[in-house]
Unconditional design. Structure first.
Lengths: 65, 315
């Protein structure tokens, strides 16, 4: 379970190596949209990517093997 | 007897009377019989006959079988050495060349109508687009060298599909279309790259119907595949799962070229697993939404969450 506050919208986005997930945090009231990074257990990793006015979906670039 | 036959006979008689009746060897024999000299080897034969074999004075080591084995070994060694040299040279060349594209694990996202990339710890944040248009939903190509995204010049303008390089350079509009969205979310209309990056599938609408297209980003040619939304390429690139049917409330699968469309289950938000199954959500018979999985042929449909809570968007 992605346990970030107000995490919503769309499917979570897997990291290319499967180690983490992105969830989107829309806060239409405060305008503090952000992308939250979770571990595979659904716990917040502490990484947050502010994305004001974020409306679409995200993607994670491939990693060099 | 006609004239042609008569003429042929006259010509044959002429050549029989004037041409020598013996070959060059017989003529030479007459000459040497007359002069008493030995008959040398005709020079005209020297042109077409090999000189006589001579025994070599060089010592030859081993039996013919041994020599055959040695020669075969030398031949194989030569082939191996040549192949190794070619492969090594190719490896040396490619190691000096850039790969298919940067693969740095950057996260692409939209913010206030522009496309950005950043590291997972939000370092290295870089703005890739800075146009008056509203850009959204950037999707990396599987190789990580390009980004596809939707762009809208103004709130009343149709969306266009743009592909640019990983660093934001060379943005190319690959599909100019009428897309009204009709209340569809970005997840439903997001472009989806084929695994080999050779095509992009997406859903579009003209305001009355919604359909899926497959586009070649290299040249911009596209074809309409089927009525539906949420196109998702299978891991092997041979099939596309999508939302279809009444109200887009069913999971369908078709071949990558749009043939063989078939319904596989009731539900929404199809997403492939790496093993080739399709996950989706469905409320069943009026209960909570659960995550289900099904095989592309519609078999093996099973509820994998089965909880009183609502679950959506498996990934």
């Amino acid at each position: 379970m992605l346990q970030g506050e107000l995490v919503t919208g769309g499917p979570p986005v897997w990291a290319p190596d499967g180690s983490r997930l992105l969830g989107t945090h829309f806060d239409l009231q405060e305008g503090e949209d952000a992308i939250e990074v979770f571990d595979t257990n659904g716990n917040a990793t502490g990484f947050t990517i502010p994305a004001e006015g974020h409306v679409g979906i995200n993607s994670w670039q491939a990693l060099a093997s | 007897m006609n004239d042609d036959i008569r003429l042929g006979r006259d010509v044959a008689s002429f050549f029989a009377a004037t041409a020598p009746s013996r070959g060059p060897d017989a003529l030479l024999d007459d000459v040497f019989l007359t002069t008493g000299r030995l008959r040398p080897r005709p020079r005209w034969l020297a042109m077409i006959k090999e000189p006589p074999m001579r025994l070599s004075s060089r010592p030859v080591v081993g039996s013919p079988t041994t020599r055959l084995i040695v020669l075969t070994a030398l031949l194989i060694a030569g082939i191996v050495a040549t192949t190794g040299a070619v492969v090594g040279a190719a490896s040396l060349l490619t190691s000096d060349l850039p790969g298919p594209g940067p693969q740095n694990g950057l996260i692409a996202f939209d913010s206030n109508g522009d496309i950005w990339v950043t590291n997972v710890d939000d370092t290295g944040r870089t703005q890739l687009t800075n146009a008056p248009s509203w850009d959204r939903s950037p999707i990396w190509s599987p190789q990580g060298d390009r980004i596809a995204y939707w762009s809208q010049r103004n709130p009343d303008a149709p969306y266009v599909l743009i592909v640019m390089n990983a660093d934001g350079s060379d943005p190319q509009m690959v599909r100019d279309l009428v897309i009204d969205r009709l209340g569809l979310s970005d997840d439903q209309t997001a472009p989806d790259w084929s695994p080999d990056s050779s095509r992009i599938a997406y859903s579009v609408t003209d305001g009355t119907s919604i359909w899926i297209e497959s586009l070649d980003p290299a040249c911009g040619t596209f074809r309409r595949l089927a009525e539906g939304s949420d196109p998702r390429w299978s891991p092997d690139g041979t099939m596309i799962a999508y939302a279809g049917g009444p109200g887009l409330s069913e999971v369908w699968v078709m071949a990558a070229d749009g043939t063989e469309p078939h319904r596989v289950a009731s539900g929404s938000g199809p997403m492939w697993s790496s093993t080739g199954r399709i996950a989706f959500w469905w409320a069943g018979n009026g209960g909570a939404n659960d995550v289900w999985v099904v095989d592309p042929d519609g078999s093996g449909n099973e509820n994998v969450t089965d909880s009183p809570d609502d679950e959506y968007w498996p990934s």
